[in-house]
Ligand binder design. Structure first.
Ligand code: GLU
Length: 475
């Protein structure tokens, strides 16, 4: 996604620090502790050569570990031409706060390689990924208890399996080796539900926000998701799954945006048919029945109930914030709203559900995958059959006592034991609901906390600061 705010260089990390400072006013902790939390602990900037065709290319890449208050550090690796040190630092910092909000016991990190992955063959991408992993190994920036990467913009399961394979080749006898990276294919130690986790977490988070009558009333909305209009920018893994769950939850998706532009239909778009159309024609534009919009960012300005930016940072900025016509913005991407834009959105009364809460579903399920890898057993393996047998006996006893027989659907629903996917979905749902309540409670306890982003930073900083209690600097 391109940004329309290219005139001024924009420091994403400065924005994150500004959010941190704003929230710090609501946190009681010794100032030294706050500084320790705020800045990046380790920054690894690297250049390495990769053979591409007949020539040698020097690739620019980064890994930043923002906070070591919990180990390992955790965060994705992105492949994009927009990658730079400032961006990776900002994203690493967001990971720290994100993990704290959803009680995932990791510090934050992020990696990035400055390439356009579409310009390379699969073999070249594999070479770049393996070389990057080797660089991380050399400097101790990867390992199951050190720093655990995951997918991000421009990477996916394939890249994660290359990373795991490279790491385990270097450390063949490490029993926990496959826990050095998450977001792997299921056949390579991945976990069911990781692929859709971020999009599903976005859905759970927005659904929870829409369940409070007084909050919805002040936005001029009714509770629940049914019938709400949704605009989604980005149809990658996160945007696609968000579209799926909002659609299944009864929302009407009225616009979708991708690189090449946006399409709009007030009557609603069939997101699956749009994906098929894009596969067939190479573009979402000219989708039957929809209106084309020249720039993907045009879709952001449409009137809707819920706007989901699910692409890159800096999409809603000083230049277009005043024209945003959504009631709720759900930040599925990292940093899609700049700090300047947020002030404008707040003044307009728009509810912004911040990235560090709303897209934390990905890292939450990464945590489950890491636990699965360390324990070396699939969730549900030990208990599923036991539960099923027990439930059968309970059903039989109930039927016996009441003289009534349950129908097959009821028996199937009550009788089954939970498998891995059930545990992942319920763990994710519980995590997103509980975290939202913490943010909402923080605002209820202190009405001066002006918005959900500040509340999210407050909750995160409080939790992280407590982890420095052992230093004996707390009053
Ligand atoms: N890249 C994702 C994020 O920004 C996932 C990180 C992870 O699973 O470690 O949250």
């Amino acid at each position: 996604m391109s940004s329309t705010n290219a005139a001024q260089p924009h420091s994403f990390f400065t924005d994150v620090m500004a959010y941190f400072d704003k929230a710090s006013a609501f946190v009681q902790a010794p100032p030294g502790v706050l500084d320790q939390v705020k800045y990046c602990n380790s920054i690894y900037s690297m250049r390495f050569p990769v053979r591409v065709g007949e020539s040698l290319e020097v690739v620019e890449a980064y890994r930043v570990e923002h906070s070591h208050h919990r180990l390992p550090t955790k965060g994705g690796i992105r492949y994009a031409m927009s990658v730079n040190q400032d961006e990776v630092m900002a994203l690493a910092a967001l990971m720290t706060y994100k993990c704290a909000i959803v009680d995932v016991p990791f510090g934050g990190a992020k990696g990035g390689i400055k390439i356009d992955p579409r310009k390379y063959t699969v073999e070249q991408l594999e070479r770049i990924t393996r070389r990057y992993t080797a660089e991380l190994i050399k400097k101790n920036f990867i390992g199951p208890g050190t720093d655990v990467p995951a997918p991000d913009y421009g990477t996916g399961e394939r890249e994660m399996s290359w990373i795991m394979d490279t790491y385990t080749t270097f450390f063949p006898n490490q029993t926990d080796g496959i826990a050095c990276v998450t977001g792997k294919p299921i056949t390579q130690g991945g976990i069911s539900g990781r692929r859709e986790a971020t999009g599903l977490g976005v859905y759970f988070g927005v659904r929870e926000a829409c369940s409070f009558a007084d909050d919805m009333q002040s936005l001029g909305l009714t509770t629940g998701l049914v019938g709400k209009t949704v605009v989604i920018q980005g149809l990658g893994n996160v945007g696609f799954h968000a579209a799926k769950y909002f659609h299944e939850g009864g929302c009407k998706i009225i616009a979708l945006a991708e690189y090449e532009g946006a399409i709009h239909n007030v009557k609603g778009l069939d997101y699956l048919a749009v994906v098929e159309h894009r596969k067939a024609t190479g573009s979402i534009l000219n989708f039957p029945g929809a209106t084309n919009m020249a720039r993907n960012t045009d879709a952001l300005e449409l009137e809707c109930d819920i706007l989901i930016p699910a692409a890159l940072e800096n999409q809603i900025h000083q230049g277009n914030a005043a024209r945003i016509n959504a009631k709720i913005i759900g930040e599925a991407a990292n940093g899609p709203v700049t700090a300047e834009a947020e002030a404008i959105l707040n003044a307009k009364g728009i509810m912004v559900l911040p990235d560090i809460y709303l897209n934390a579903g990905g890292v939450t399920v990464s945590y489950f995958e890491w636990l699965k890898n360390l324990s070396r057993v699939r969730f549900g393996r030990l208990g599923k059959r036991f539960d099923e047998n027990l439930n059968k006996q309970i059903i039989a006893a109930v039927e016996d006592l009441t003289g009534r027989t349950l129908d097959d659907t009821q028996k199937r629903l009550i009788g089954r034991g939970a498998d891995e996917l059930d545990f992942v979905y319920s763990g994710l749902e519980e995590t997103m609901i509980e975290a939202y309540r913490q943010l909402r409670d923080a605002r209820k306890e202190n009405p001066k906390i002006p918005d959900y982003r500040t509340a999210a930073f407050v909750v995160a900083i409080r939790k992280i600061a407590r982890s420095y209690e052992s230093l004996g600097v707390f009053p």
